[in-house]
Design a binder for this molecule. Sequence first.
Ligand SMILES: [Fe+2]
Ligand SMILES: [Fe+2]
Length: 185
Amino acid sequence: MPNEKQANMTKKTRKAQTISEKMIKVDHTGENGAVNIYRAQYLAASLRAPQLKPQLRHFQQHEEEHREIFRQYLDKNGLRRCMSYHLSGIGGFALGFTTGLIGPNAIAATTYAVENVVLEHLEHQIEFLKDDNTEAFTAVSMIYEDEKSHHDTAKAQLSQQTWMARIIVKLVKLSTEAVIAFGMR
Ligand SMILES: [Fe+2]
Ligand SMILES: [Fe+2]
């Protein structure tokens, strides 16, 4: 008799097809990126911004909970995760580590930029899903307040509008948009 792991490996999954399925698939991947940004920033902050470590750990825990909410949805509905899931994790880690080494203002710029794009997309998704898919609507609604608090905290901490912060915000917004566009295609 196959054990649980083998059963999971052979379990049939299908590609996300509807808009709501693709939204959850994208959110799942985005959360993996976010988990890794905060994980890497936490490590780098030991050297450059130890005062931010508790906050970064706290945010990482939120993102892990969010990722689990979407993982359960995919699992329950027999859906495959996004092809860019691992790439998003690696990219998130690289981004988090680099900005973490630059320092507190770069950390705030990254969080502000990521969460700014995330919030806009969540609002759009919530609007769409409320009449389309109750289960997906509930999943997305569950994370909204956490993301808003990450966004607002980072915005308040982004003390200096340096050229570096402006470049980070632009780059991070573009790459976050790219992950979403790739998953929704
Ligand atoms: Fe999240
Ligand atoms: Fe977040």
